[in-house]
Design a protein around this ligand. Sequence first.
Ligand code: PMP
Ligand code: GLU
Length: 389
Amino acid sequence: MKPLSKLVESVPGSPTTLMMQKGRELAAQGLDVINLAGGEPDFDTPKHIQQAAFDAIAAGDTHYPPPFGKPELLDAICAKLERENNVQAVPEQLLVTPGGKWAIYTALAALLNEGDEVMVLDPAWVSYAPMVRLNLGVAVHVPLPADDSFRVRAAQLEEYVSEKTKLIMVCSPSNPTGRVLTQPELDDIAAVAQRNDLYVLSDEIYEHILYDGARHRSIASMPGMAERTIIINGFSKNYAMTGWRLAWVAAPLPVAKLARTYQTQTVTSAASFAMVAGAAALNGPQECVHEMVASYAQRRNFVLEALDEIPGIRSSPIEGAFYLFAEFTQTEMKSLDVSQRLLEDGLIASTPGIAFGEAGEGYVRFSFATGMTDLEKTVERLARIVPTL
Ligand code: PMP
Ligand code: GLU
């Protein structure tokens, strides 16, 4: 048989998706596995959002929708961008996609030519670099300093800029570190982007999941940044809608135009009735979001306090999202091996830090968007296993 795609063979499968599935399979075998590998809210989608989709289906909304998004959803996104992010966009700048992953992918497809370099700030979400590669770009890993809370600084970014650099990818609140970019960091990124004529892809998918008064600001709202920023946002995390596969790209017009072309030749559109639910989520009451975030905050506090009592494991500050990015401080073991031991000896499914780039080595990521009972069990198991590593 002739060889298959060398390009696709050159990227790994998503470790978060695969570990999450492995955890599920072990649970289905009757094992008491605690699945903290994937980042997924344990809440079901709020009832009024579900109802909007039920009503849409019952009313026959089961046909191809407008490929770039239903007008009511595009309008709701424009209003949301203005209200919450101080970003002015017209519907033509938007593309509604089946999930945040596809939003990032189509944006990259619209932006990159072969060999273009993309700065990925490590530790970075697992799919950024592979998606760059699948779009024939080259991911340039910028290792953020762990001893400085993974802070972004202009001088460091500049070291990695070359003639070929096209784009900086940022994620705030960050998966996996939980950091929220501060104004000085946003200033630095914006300055580097403007000095070197770069685009910025701003992944804001965790924007509402913030703790201790942390504030999210979209870099697109900064002077001179709207024309070079591609915002990625969606419903998976903020509205507990991971299974609906619904997200969006908000981009400068020429980028949006190409991303739209790409979508018509690939997935066509997101699901019709999911878009109705999305509009209900954005236009409806937001208490559900506040309640979920308050619950994550309780779990975060529990995990942070409990971890303080276990020598050999230390958390980075968690300002947003719902991940504990924990450093294993008293072992030489690689994060892959630590994660494997936690699964074998503690039935805890986690994601090894190396999955987020070299800068994540020594760390393991645990999602705490799971029930308190599981978190209590996790802490007990960690207290038993960490001293043996
Ligand atoms: N960006 C980040 C940082 C994420 O953690 C995720 C979670 N999968 C996504 C994008 C994609 O989200 P979705 O589930 O909507 O594809
Ligand atoms: N974003 C989540 C995570 O990082 C879900 C899995 C995935 O899409 O990779 O775990």
